[in-house]
Design a protein around this ligand. Sequence first.
Ligand code: PMP
Length: 396
Amino acid sequence: MEKSILENFLHDNLGELKSKGLFNVIDPLESANGPIIRISGLDLINLSSNNYLGLATDSRLKAAAIEAIDKFGVGAGAVRTINGTLKLHVQLEERISRFKHTEAAIVFQSGFNCNMGAISAVMDKNDAILSDELNHASIIDGCRLSRAAIIAYKHSDMTDLRLKAKEVKESGMYKKIMVITDGVFSMDGDIAKLPEIVDIAEEFDIITYVDDAHGSGVLGEGAGTVKHFGLSNKIDFQIGTLSKALGVIGGYVAGKKDLIEWLKVRSRPFLFSTALTPGDAAASIKAIEILSNSTELQKKLWDNGDYLKRGLKTLGFNIGASQTPITPCIIGDESLTQEFSKRLYKNGVYAKSITFPTVPKGTGRVRNMPTAAHTKEMLDKALSIYEQIGKEMNLI
Ligand code: PMP
């Protein structure tokens, strides 16, 4: 029988990906995503999770989630605007706004959803968005959904941003202009130049939007990149995720009261997708409470990040110019990078290779995400495996 259009499409495209070695095989974990993970019966030192503070497995968060599930059930039962808003959601939004030093906050079901909903609620086809060329996929998709003109500027290049901001403003073609950047870029661990971005935004009357998925819980005593630079009253949209340092799931916008009110009536994932589950909301409240009361976990995270960086550098690896605990180990050639990551895996270290097109050609890297939950013994073991494989492959 003749194949359908869909069957032909899938056959051709999957075949191409597989023949080029670009088909991503997913290894399911047989354990929690902690500092040691189990895959196919093997225990591995895990340097690939975003569970930066170890909170995904924290007993206080688990207890909060279990208590909330007992009281409210496993699902919120409706979208926020029908009757899915629980007291827990309101409390979580209050805690986030206090933590972020803003007037208000709105919670979404994920960080991805949040970018899809927030950008398109404010920007439209009469507007323009200046977007860092390395911004996350959810920002790119959120920008596209808004139908605004998208103007990418060179990564963290403030001369290019200023030039483009001036051009866009002086063209007189757009009603509103927004600048969007990640707070911390997760491939290299570098921090956005927010003070300069704010200056340019003030000069040209531009709305500011910072997605701090990787800076929240990590920088600025936990409150993130915006607080790190002391700019809490200068950034219009502070985006964050509850899924990385906070260990749970969900996304949020923190900002002025009017902005949050608008998002609550115009943001489509808020209006049309079921609310965050009670367990996730309660665990997130607990995570923020822990971060608000102590910086111990951040200190451990940074200490572990510095330790791993020093160790890899001493061994002779190129660790790039990260300004955060994210530690790339840049190998360069794509297939060499993949081989290096595979050998690390076989010897007990789970550190994913990241290659073109996710990062520029020739800058393939194995990316390490140390967390507060790693012990020095685990990091020493990982470093000794790095040394062994690095020497075997003549990389150091
Ligand atoms: N923004 C950035 C910068 C991210 O790195 C990610 C996650 N990779 C997201 C948004 C999406 O967040 P979530 O996983 O909560 O959907």
